[in-house]
Design a protein around this ligand. Structure first.
Ligand SMILES: [Zn+2]
Length: 274
């Protein structure tokens, strides 16, 4: 089965008391969390008439791990951005003594507002991230949002040096799985911890193929393409994960699962203070 780029998906969230496509509510709640946590807020560019934000924990320090969480590349995969908002709402500033956290909360706002996969120009925001002779480069299929991210490649490469988590969903599935990247021949603790965080909420996908990639024990391992996460791992991020929550399950469960994956990611890679 293939995912239709303009089929629309809208769900109701009881957690946030709104529809999954309510972008006004999303940005207003995000502004509250940004303010409460004292996050630095930078507009990387305009996607349609919406800002493409990068948020960063205050007082970033040398010596702490640099972790990046991104969400909302595909507009119908709405539990990523809402899950990120839920994750932020549970944080206090203590975490920022352990980690330099950066967040791309909503990469494809025009798709999110409509509840469809691609952006309003019909482009796929998670394709077209190329590296040529060590330099970040767009290609013929790079989206408007992708070009904005590539213009800030160095900033994002630094921000993801110790890990990238990008939160996607699979609207065709009732089960969960992860794409992971580790510098090893087989999935290790990083891959398994993230899979298991999602496995608290949904069944883990049976072995087989998803989009022509082999899934084994819920993990698609070290699969390189022109996605954002592949790009950052090629650029030097130590580990990477693209989480896939199942769009056939209730939205609020998916929101909680995304927040749990973010918690696991951060806590695994940012050591506790002694
Ligand atoms: Zn996706």
């Amino acid at each position: 089965m293939s995912r239709s780029p303009f089929q629309t998906f809208v769900w109701r969230s009881e957690i946030f008391e709104c529809q999954s496509t309510d972008i006004q509510r999303f940005y207003s709640l995000l502004a509250i969390e940004t303010e409460r946590l004292g996050l630095g807020s930078k507009i990387l560019g305009q996607a349609g008439h919406h800002p493409l934000y990068l948020l960063q924990s205050p007082g970033q320090k040398a010596g702490l791990p640099n972790l990046l969480i991104s969400a909302g590349f595909h507009g119908e995969e709405s539990a990523g951005p809402w899950g990120l908002l839920h994750f932020l709402s549970q944080l206090d500033g203590e975490l920022f003594k352990r980690v330099n956290l950066s967040v791309l909360p909503l990469v494809n706002p025009t798709g999110f507002a409509k509840g469809h996969r691609f952006n309003e120009l019909g482009e796929n925001p998670n394709r077209g991230f190329f590296i040529e002779n060590g330099k970040a480069k767009p290609g013929a299929d790079t989206s408007a949002e992708g070009r904005i991210l590539l213009e800030h490649a160095h900033l994002l490469q630094v921000a993801s040096r110790d890990g990238i988590l990008t939160c996607h969903e699979d609207v065709l599935m009732t089960d969960t799985y992860v794409y992971t990247f580790e510098p090893s021949q087989a999935p290790g603790r990083f891959s398994h911890s993230l899979r298991d965080a999602l496995g608290q909420y949904f069944p883990i996908a049976a072995d087989g193929d998803v989009d022509n990639c082999p899934v084994r024990s819920g993990v698609i391992f070290n699969h390189f393409d022109t996605s954002f996460e592949s790009f950052l791992v090629r650029s030097g991020a130590r580990v990477g994960c693209c989480s896939e929550t199942p769009g056939q399950q209730p939205l609020d469960q998916r929101i909680l699962a995304n927040a749990a994956a973010m918690n696991t990611f951060v806590n695994m890679l940012a050591p506790e203070l002694s």
